[in-house]
Write a protein that binds this ligand. Structure first.
Ligand code: ATP
Ligand code: SF4
Ligand code: MG
Length: 350
């Protein structure tokens, strides 16, 4: 029996970008941007996806919504709308045309980091927002105008903004327009790829609050991608930590911050500034750079940087498994890590 609350289930998902070389331009290697992702996304949640630059966060989002084709594995989409007897659809091999034709593309949308580049500067706002609606259905001009105005209103803009161009808006307003465009087709699921990191700090909170309100009002499910751990702490109910094309830990947000199990998660969390000096903690500085996704380390990918590496880590890949209810981790030493961190780094509770 499947869990009826799952909206998307990623199983063994891989995305390898081919590297061509030589006189004949043959494939000589590949960038293993995603190399076997297993994760369930639950209906109505905001799942935060964190990890260092280049670990595969954006590729995960793009592959889910069909902007990139998966190399291997599948993405099951439970579009049942509450009907448990309706089986999931494997959307991983459908391609852009297949997703569009089946109507699924409209249900899965994405908001990108930089609204300056994601909005066409030559188009009026009304056309930017209308475009995805028109791609989906035939609609009369009066109904279209009503719908676009309704969307502007939902994101906190007004009729005054309808006949303007993107350059006439601030960064925060442009991101509101990008959100209006993303929700125009009544999606169920949104990938939010660093939606506030290109904005002034003063407007970041406004956009986060808007996203929170819209999630509730429109019953949306989010995959929220960011480098910023305090942002995901605020907005996400659950977190997934990625390292070099793999998900290494998933847990409810509070649980992950209080009881991280993976050494990499400990290192990430130790980098968050703490205002209270009495509770300051030592930063866990990892040795070496992130290895190249062209030739990632065998077995546990983190073994070249892990302070607690032992022999087995270099030989056998740790599967991601449930350690405590709702908390999964991929580490051979997960039961000892908290103790090891404390011994080595004197880390206080987070
Ligand atoms: N079109 C592409 N062709 C080749 N390699 C790519 C392509 N897109 C991404 N990559 C590579 O795949 C890996 C994952 O990239 P991705 O953009 O998903 O990382 P990210 O976690 O989103 O990073 P950031 O935090 O910097 O946005 C990186 O090594 C990147 O260089
Ligand atoms: S499996 Fe080994 S190398 Fe990998 S994170 Fe755990 S302890 Fe470190
Ligand atoms: Mg990215």
């Amino acid at each position: 029996m499947r869990n009826p609350t799952i909206i998307l289930s990623l199983k063994g998902l891989k995305k390898h970008y081919p590297i061509m070389g030589g006189v004949l331009r043959r494939q000589v290697n590949s960038v293993k941007a995603l190399d076997g992702i297993n994760i369930d996304i639950y209906r109505g949640e905001c799942l935060g996806l964190v990890g260092e630059s280049g670990c595969g966060k954006t590729t995960t989002g793009k592959t889910i919504i069909g902007l990139e084709d998966a190399t291997h594995g599948n993405i099951q989409y439970f579009s049942n709308g509450g009907n448990e007897n309706k089986p999931p659809v494997d959307i991983s091999g459908m391609g852009r045309r297949g997703l569009k034709k089946s109507g699924i593309r409209a249900k899965l949308q994405m908001v990108f980091q930089d609204p300056t580049t994601s909005l066409d500067p030559r188009m009026l706002i009304k056309n930017i927002i209308a475009e995805p609606i028109l791609a989906l259905q035939r609609i009369g001009s009066r109904d279209l105008e009503t719908r676009v105005l309704e969307l502007l209103n939902l994101v906190g803009l007004t009729k005054d903004h309808y006949l303007r161009y993107p350059h006439e808006f601030s960064g925060g307003q442009r991101q509101r327009i990008a959100v209006a465009r993303a929700i125009a087709t009544n999606p169920e699921f949104l990938v939010l790829d660093e939606p506030t990191s290109a904005l002034d700090v003063s407007v970041q909170a406004q956009i986060l609050n808007l996203l929170k309100q819209l999630q509730q009002k429109l019953h949306l499910t989010y995959l929220f991608i960011t480098h910023h751990l305090l942002v995901v702490k605020y907005i996400s109910s659950r977190l997934a930590v990625m390292y070099l094309g793999k998900v290494v830990e998933t847990a409810p947000t509070g649980e992950l911050f209080r009881h991280p199990l993976h050494p990499y998660t400990h290192a990430l969390l130790s980098g968050i500034p703490v205002p209270d000096v009495a509770h300051s903690r030592r930063r866990i500085v990892l040795s070496g750079d992130v290895p190249s996704p062209l030739n990632p380390p065998q077995a546990c990918r983190f073994h070249t940087r892990c302070p607690f590496v032992i022999d087995v880590c270099r030989k056998i890949e740790p599967p991601i498994e449930e350690a405590v209810r709702g908390h999964k981790v991929a580490c051979h030493r997960q039961s000892e890590v908290a103790k090891l961190v404390k011994e080595k780094f004197g880390q206080r509770a987070l």
